[in-house]
Write a protein that binds this ligand. Structure first.
Ligand code: ZN
Length: 295
């Protein structure tokens, strides 16, 4: 058993490790995964059984954050940063500016952009990532990382400490596509459905990315529920309720999501396939009529 798996098992034991399973692509194709899914083997036994010949691996992303994932996946350096860094950086901005004075101005600008964004939580995730990614392209030499280390995590600081900075990618990711005017293409105008917020307060604006995030979390949680954490089914239900709230501008898709949620709540044996919703959301974002979700 390799050291990573050992650390993971110890961390699961004393509840200091977080584990994400990303192995749904192997269901029905890999007997070990199937044994895990059907409960014939326990999660620790499955983790211990993983060898070099399996098509999946156990990766420790940031310290204490593990993932079981296809070997085809190569992690970018940004995936090594502690997830919490994306929010903690804004409460410890003094520390960040001290270590990276050349990014101080950009950090202030990013903060202002996040505060004025339509969906501040999505803007925070993407813009903060872009800001922190800049550290990868600057030399680490001569910087004192002692205060930044607990915020960014050891795995990421190890990369930053390198004297030769990473080369900037040749083809940077294109800027996000401007959304077309939906009123021209997508069915009924949604004003009526949004005029009365369900919770009584002012409704937050629709955000397709937040909807994707909640559906993704529901899929992970439903997978965990089937791995012996039955309560996670209810956490998934909560995420699906949030997902529908995020797209009230698109009543048809919101209604389909609600139907899936009720089915999950009412039928303990029901195994939903939520993946087609991602196709629907892609289509809505582009202003197309969404493909139907199979019942
Ligand atoms: Zn959002």
């Amino acid at each position: 058993m390799d050291d990573t798996v050992k650390r993971l098992l110890a961390g699961l034991q004393d509840k200091t490790a977080k584990l994400n399973m990303n192995i749904t692509e192997f269901i029905g194709k890999d007997s070990k995964v199937d044994d895990l899914m059907t409960g014939r083997v326990t999660l620790p036994a499955f983790l211990e059984s993983i060898t070099d010949t399996d098509p999946y691996k156990v990766e420790e992303l940031a310290t204490g954050t593990f993932m079981v994932v296809s070997k085809r996946i190569n992690f970018s350096p940004m995936m090594r940063i502690r997830r919490e860094a994306l929010s903690e950086i804004w409460t410890r901005l003094d520390v960040f500016k001290k270590v990276y004075p050349e990014l101080a101005e950009r950090a202030d600008r990013t903060k202002a952009e996040i505060n004025s964004a339509k969906c501040s939580s999505c803007a925070r995730n993407s813009k903060t990532s872009a800001l922190l990614e800049e550290t990868l392209y600057l030399p680490g030499k001569g910087r004192d990382f002692s205060e930044l280390r607990p915020i960014f995590g050891d795995k990421f600081i190890d990369i930053l400490e390198n004297d030769t900075p990473m080369p900037r990618p040749q083809h940077p990711t294109p800027p996000p596509q401007k959304l077309p005017d939906r009123s021209l293409t997508v069915g009924a105008p949604a004003k009526a459905s949004r005029s009365v917020p369900p919770s009584g307060g002012v409704h937050r604006p629709s955000c397709i990315n937040c909807c994707r995030k909640h559906i993704g979390q529901a899929i992970v949680l439903l997978g965990e529920a089937s791995l012996g954490y039955p309560a996670h089914r209810w956490l998934a239900v909560g995420h699906l309720a949030e997902a529908a709230e995020e797209i009230l501008e698109y009543p048809e898709t919101a209604t389909l999501l609600r139907a899936e949620r009720l089915n999950i709540m009412d039928n303990p044996g029901y195994v939903p396939n939520l993946m087609p919703f991602f196709d629907q959301l892609d289509a809505l974002e582009l202003g197309l009529k969404p493909p139907s979700v199979p019942a």
